[in-house]
Design a binder for this molecule. Sequence first.
Ligand SMILES: [Zn+2]
Length: 85
Amino acid sequence: MSAVSDHIYGYNERGNLVYNKYCYTKATANGTANIIIWRCREYRRLKCRATIKTKNKELCAIRGSHTHEAKNYGKIIAPFLTTSM
Ligand SMILES: [Zn+2]
């Protein structure tokens, strides 16, 4: 089994979503359905249209492609770890 370790999915210390070395900020959230739409951090600056949809902290849709290179955003916190321990 080869792990897809390049496709890291988690959150950074600011609470942004990080997936595959791209960083996303929260665009819209539907609290009752637990669905969040995340927009690429470079949406404004580079007009990047990539978005990610998560439901219950699981990725369920990836749309668009990035207009820029991926970056290393440093420490990523896995979504399944709770911070309230
Ligand atoms: Zn992007």
